[in-house]
Design a protein around this ligand. Sequence first.
Ligand code: ATP
Length: 230
Amino acid sequence: MLEVRGLKAWYGEAQALDGVDLDVAEGEVVTLVGRNGAGKTTLLRSLIGLHRHVAGSVRLAGTELAGLPAHRRARLGLGWVQDDRGIYASLDVEENLLLPPVVSDRAWPLEKVYEAFPVLAERRRAAGTTLSGGEQQMLAIARVLRTGSRLLLLDEPTEGLAPVIVHRIGEIIREVKAAGVTVLLIEQNVKFAATVADSHYLLAQGRIVAHLGNEEFQAREAELLEHLGV
Ligand code: ATP
């Protein structure tokens, strides 16, 4: 579904990504882990088309995205859940859900969203700002599912959330996977990553240093925690 080859990125003269190769097969959940400054956000922004000082190839379902602006990539099915969740504060939950453009026939109708996220149905008339962090995260994910994206890119969805909500976000990612959506997840929380993903890419200093299946990832958890400094 997603094939990244030789992706490089710069900030001025400073190189932040140095030839990243990464694959996410259709229907998989894959995480990208790495310590602060490893280049995770740069990689995500380069995939989405928000960071333009790049070289290399990014293919989504066989279509080359390199050089395309962010809105074209979104239309091709690249769905992004921002780390600040990007909820429109002046709109209520349902208005937020009705906003995104539909990009494919995979788009979730409102009823399906409310079935999967009953809390959003309960709060459909609540303003975006009055939602808890966990509810905002659910709304942000639901909004991308509404578009019918093929690939969901999640940027640290558990950051700052209470354990019970983190658990719920894990369930949601598994539900999203079960619904056939492919997921690439940036995650610092190694324990959480192990509960949701099929495999994990480790990024260090702008390079992929390992690609581990989930079993190996779990077996090496202590070492990884030390490596990541978390
Ligand atoms: P974090 O989890 O802290 O966000 P990260 O893994 O997402 O870290 P990036 O933010 O992608 O890492 O940063 C990768 C490298 O690029 C770092 O060396 C960082 O200092 C540098 N960098 C990031 N943003 C900029 C910028 N706007 N200008 C210059 N250098 C930057």
